[in-house]
Design a protein around this ligand. Structure first.
Ligand SMILES: [Fe+2]
Length: 235
Protein backbone atom coordinates (compact mmCIF):
# COMPACT_ATOMS: atom_id res chain seq x y z
CA UNK A 1 0.00 0.00 0.00
CA UNK A 2 1.10 3.58 -0.62
CA UNK A 3 2.62 5.24 2.47
CA UNK A 4 1.07 8.66 1.82
CA UNK A 5 -2.52 7.59 1.20
CA UNK A 6 -3.99 10.59 3.04
CA UNK A 7 -2.04 13.06 0.92
CA UNK A 8 -2.82 11.13 -2.25
CA UNK A 9 -6.54 11.13 -1.41
CA UNK A 10 -6.56 14.89 -0.80
CA UNK A 11 -5.26 15.42 -4.34
CA UNK A 12 -7.91 13.25 -5.96
CA UNK A 13 -10.73 14.61 -8.09
CA UNK A 14 -12.99 13.89 -11.04
CA UNK A 15 -11.53 13.01 -14.43
CA UNK A 16 -11.00 16.09 -16.53
CA UNK A 17 -11.42 16.27 -20.31
CA UNK A 18 -9.84 19.28 -21.99
CA UNK A 19 -10.91 19.95 -25.55
CA UNK A 20 -9.00 21.88 -28.21
CA UNK A 21 -5.90 21.94 -26.05
CA UNK A 22 -3.44 21.02 -28.80
CA UNK A 23 -3.34 22.46 -32.30
CA UNK A 24 -3.14 20.37 -35.42
CA UNK A 25 0.50 21.35 -35.81
CA UNK A 26 1.33 20.27 -32.25
CA UNK A 27 -0.36 16.92 -32.82
CA UNK A 28 1.63 16.42 -36.00
CA UNK A 29 4.77 17.10 -34.00
CA UNK A 30 3.77 14.49 -31.44
CA UNK A 31 3.16 11.96 -34.23
CA UNK A 32 6.47 12.78 -35.87
CA UNK A 33 8.18 12.33 -32.54
CA UNK A 34 6.41 8.99 -32.16
CA UNK A 35 7.68 7.80 -35.51
CA UNK A 36 11.21 8.98 -34.74
CA UNK A 37 11.53 7.25 -31.37
CA UNK A 38 12.97 3.74 -31.12
CA UNK A 39 10.52 0.90 -30.44
CA UNK A 40 10.71 -0.46 -26.90
CA UNK A 41 8.26 -3.32 -26.91
CA UNK A 42 6.43 -4.97 -29.72
CA UNK A 43 4.15 -7.46 -28.07
CA UNK A 44 2.92 -9.58 -30.97
CA UNK A 45 0.42 -11.48 -28.85
CA UNK A 46 -1.31 -8.33 -27.65
CA UNK A 47 -0.43 -6.53 -30.86
CA UNK A 48 0.91 -3.49 -29.02
CA UNK A 49 3.83 -1.31 -30.00
CA UNK A 50 5.24 0.75 -27.16
CA UNK A 51 7.68 3.58 -27.48
CA UNK A 52 9.12 5.59 -24.64
CA UNK A 53 9.01 9.36 -24.85
CA UNK A 54 12.72 9.99 -24.37
CA UNK A 55 14.00 13.35 -23.23
CA UNK A 56 15.71 15.78 -25.61
CA UNK A 57 14.18 14.37 -28.80
CA UNK A 58 11.93 17.41 -29.03
CA UNK A 59 12.43 19.96 -26.30
CA UNK A 60 9.82 22.30 -27.71
CA UNK A 61 7.12 19.65 -27.28
CA UNK A 62 8.33 18.87 -23.78
CA UNK A 63 7.83 22.51 -22.82
CA UNK A 64 4.47 22.84 -24.55
CA UNK A 65 3.20 19.76 -22.76
CA UNK A 66 4.63 20.72 -19.38
CA UNK A 67 3.20 24.25 -19.47
CA UNK A 68 -0.26 23.19 -20.60
CA UNK A 69 -0.45 20.57 -17.89
CA UNK A 70 0.82 22.93 -15.20
CA UNK A 71 -1.94 25.36 -16.06
CA UNK A 72 -4.51 22.65 -15.29
CA UNK A 73 -3.09 20.78 -12.31
CA UNK A 74 -0.62 23.19 -10.73
CA UNK A 75 2.81 22.15 -9.51
CA UNK A 76 3.83 18.61 -10.34
CA UNK A 77 6.82 16.47 -11.17
CA UNK A 78 6.91 13.91 -13.93
CA UNK A 79 6.98 10.42 -12.43
CA UNK A 80 9.40 8.92 -14.85
CA UNK A 81 10.96 5.59 -15.32
CA UNK A 82 14.60 5.63 -16.34
CA UNK A 83 16.02 4.14 -19.50
CA UNK A 84 19.22 2.07 -19.72
CA UNK A 85 21.32 5.26 -19.68
CA UNK A 86 19.55 6.58 -16.60
CA UNK A 87 17.76 9.17 -18.71
CA UNK A 88 14.21 10.18 -17.84
CA UNK A 89 11.37 8.69 -19.80
CA UNK A 90 8.67 11.34 -20.04
CA UNK A 91 5.82 9.09 -21.07
CA UNK A 92 4.72 6.18 -23.12
CA UNK A 93 3.36 6.05 -26.65
CA UNK A 94 1.19 3.02 -27.27
CA UNK A 95 -0.03 1.82 -30.62
CA UNK A 96 -2.60 -0.91 -30.16
CA UNK A 97 -5.02 -2.89 -32.23
CA UNK A 98 -6.67 -4.59 -29.26
CA UNK A 99 -8.23 -3.06 -26.18
CA UNK A 100 -6.04 -2.79 -23.10
CA UNK A 101 -7.37 -4.60 -20.02
CA UNK A 102 -8.31 -3.36 -16.58
CA UNK A 103 -5.42 -1.86 -14.62
CA UNK A 104 -4.13 0.96 -12.49
CA UNK A 105 -0.97 3.05 -13.14
CA UNK A 106 -0.15 3.80 -9.52
CA UNK A 107 3.61 3.55 -10.01
CA UNK A 108 6.40 1.42 -8.61
CA UNK A 109 7.38 3.32 -5.49
CA UNK A 110 5.06 3.31 -2.51
CA UNK A 111 6.83 6.30 -0.93
CA UNK A 112 5.85 8.70 -3.71
CA UNK A 113 2.81 10.96 -3.64
CA UNK A 114 1.29 9.91 -6.93
CA UNK A 115 -0.86 12.55 -8.58
CA UNK A 116 -2.44 12.73 -12.06
CA UNK A 117 -1.92 10.88 -15.31
CA UNK A 118 -2.68 12.16 -18.76
CA UNK A 119 -3.78 10.65 -22.04
CA UNK A 120 -3.38 12.40 -25.37
CA UNK A 121 -4.99 10.64 -28.33
CA UNK A 122 -2.97 10.82 -31.52
CA UNK A 123 -5.61 8.98 -33.54
CA UNK A 124 -9.25 9.96 -33.47
CA UNK A 125 -11.11 6.69 -32.90
CA UNK A 126 -11.16 5.02 -29.53
CA UNK A 127 -12.36 5.43 -26.01
CA UNK A 128 -11.10 4.92 -22.50
CA UNK A 129 -13.21 3.86 -19.53
CA UNK A 130 -12.43 5.39 -16.14
CA UNK A 131 -14.03 3.70 -13.16
CA UNK A 132 -15.01 5.30 -9.86
CA UNK A 133 -13.02 2.61 -8.05
CA UNK A 134 -9.52 3.32 -6.75
CA UNK A 135 -6.50 1.27 -5.77
CA UNK A 136 -3.60 2.29 -3.50
CA UNK A 137 -0.96 -0.30 -4.29
CA UNK A 138 1.58 -0.30 -7.14
CA UNK A 139 0.79 -0.45 -10.86
CA UNK A 140 -1.35 -3.54 -11.33
CA UNK A 141 -3.19 -5.42 -14.05
CA UNK A 142 -6.45 -6.75 -12.63
CA UNK A 143 -7.41 -10.13 -13.98
CA UNK A 144 -8.97 -13.44 -13.08
CA UNK A 145 -7.03 -15.30 -15.76
CA UNK A 146 -5.09 -18.04 -13.94
CA UNK A 147 -2.20 -17.95 -16.39
CA UNK A 148 -1.83 -14.21 -16.01
CA UNK A 149 -1.97 -14.45 -12.23
CA UNK A 150 0.90 -16.94 -12.32
CA UNK A 151 3.25 -14.33 -13.78
CA UNK A 152 5.50 -13.28 -10.94
CA UNK A 153 8.81 -12.71 -12.70
CA UNK A 154 8.41 -9.03 -13.47
CA UNK A 155 10.91 -6.78 -15.16
CA UNK A 156 11.50 -3.18 -14.14
CA UNK A 157 8.44 -1.14 -14.99
CA UNK A 158 6.06 -4.07 -15.44
CA UNK A 159 2.70 -4.19 -13.72
CA UNK A 160 2.00 -6.86 -11.15
CA UNK A 161 -1.02 -9.08 -11.76
CA UNK A 162 -3.76 -9.40 -9.20
CA UNK A 163 -7.39 -10.27 -8.61
CA UNK A 164 -7.36 -8.34 -5.34
CA UNK A 165 -9.81 -5.78 -6.70
CA UNK A 166 -12.60 -8.33 -6.39
CA UNK A 167 -12.12 -8.31 -2.62
CA UNK A 168 -11.94 -4.54 -2.32
CA UNK A 169 -15.24 -3.49 -3.80
CA UNK A 170 -18.81 -4.57 -3.02
CA UNK A 171 -19.59 -7.76 -4.88
CA UNK A 172 -22.17 -6.45 -7.24
CA UNK A 173 -22.60 -7.79 -10.75
CA UNK A 174 -21.34 -5.28 -13.30
CA UNK A 175 -23.98 -3.53 -15.40
CA UNK A 176 -24.76 -5.89 -18.30
CA UNK A 177 -25.61 -3.18 -20.82
CA UNK A 178 -22.36 -1.32 -20.15
CA UNK A 179 -20.45 -4.57 -20.44
CA UNK A 180 -22.03 -5.36 -23.78
CA UNK A 181 -21.57 -1.83 -25.06
CA UNK A 182 -18.04 -0.94 -23.94
CA UNK A 183 -16.23 -3.77 -22.21
CA UNK A 184 -16.75 -6.99 -24.12
CA UNK A 185 -13.01 -7.72 -23.99
CA UNK A 186 -13.25 -8.12 -20.20
CA UNK A 187 -14.99 -11.02 -18.49
CA UNK A 188 -17.96 -9.53 -16.67
CA UNK A 189 -16.84 -11.38 -13.52
CA UNK A 190 -13.59 -9.38 -13.58
CA UNK A 191 -15.63 -6.17 -13.36
CA UNK A 192 -17.69 -7.11 -10.29
CA UNK A 193 -18.15 -4.16 -7.98
CA UNK A 194 -16.86 -1.66 -10.53
CA UNK A 195 -18.80 1.42 -11.54
CA UNK A 196 -18.07 3.55 -14.59
CA UNK A 197 -17.27 7.18 -13.86
CA UNK A 198 -16.37 8.56 -17.29
CA UNK A 199 -16.09 7.27 -20.82
CA UNK A 200 -13.55 9.38 -22.60
CA UNK A 201 -14.22 9.44 -26.33
CA UNK A 202 -10.94 10.11 -28.04
CA UNK A 203 -10.90 13.40 -29.88
CA UNK A 204 -7.88 14.93 -31.56
CA UNK A 205 -6.63 18.01 -29.76
CA UNK A 206 -8.08 16.92 -26.44
CA UNK A 207 -6.43 15.49 -23.34
CA UNK A 208 -7.75 13.41 -20.48
CA UNK A 209 -6.41 13.96 -16.95
CA UNK A 210 -7.26 11.59 -14.11
CA UNK A 211 -6.04 10.32 -10.75
CA UNK A 212 -3.40 7.64 -10.84
CA UNK A 213 -5.37 5.65 -8.30
CA UNK A 214 -8.28 5.11 -10.70
CA UNK A 215 -8.95 1.72 -12.26
CA UNK A 216 -9.31 2.07 -16.03
CA UNK A 217 -9.11 0.26 -19.36
CA UNK A 218 -9.77 0.79 -23.04
CA UNK A 219 -13.27 0.26 -24.27
CA UNK A 220 -13.77 -2.60 -26.71
CA UNK A 221 -14.64 -0.19 -29.50
CA UNK A 222 -11.57 -0.09 -31.71
CA UNK A 223 -11.46 0.48 -35.44
CA UNK A 224 -8.03 -0.38 -36.72
CA UNK A 225 -5.24 1.00 -34.65
CA UNK A 226 -5.09 3.54 -31.88
CA UNK A 227 -2.09 5.62 -30.87
CA UNK A 228 -2.08 7.36 -27.52
CA UNK A 229 0.49 9.12 -25.36
CA UNK A 230 0.34 8.62 -21.60
CA UNK A 231 2.31 10.45 -18.94
CA UNK A 232 2.40 10.14 -15.16
CA UNK A 233 2.90 12.78 -12.50
CA UNK A 234 3.65 12.95 -8.81
CA UNK A 235 3.86 15.77 -6.26
FE1 LIG B 1 -3.29 3.08 -18.02
Amino acid sequence: MHKNIDKIKKLEGSPLILKNLFTKTELEKFLNLYHTLPTTVHNKKQNVIKKRWLKDYNEELENIFFNKLKKEIGEFKMDNLKDENNEDILGLFQESYNPIGLHVDAGFNLNEIIYKQTLIPLTSKGSTVIFKNKFYGNSTNFTIDENELKIKDLKYGQNQRSSEHLKLFKKKLFNKEDHEKYLKHEKIENLSGLEIDTIYEWELGSMLIFDRTRLHCSSSLIEGKKIGLTTFTKK
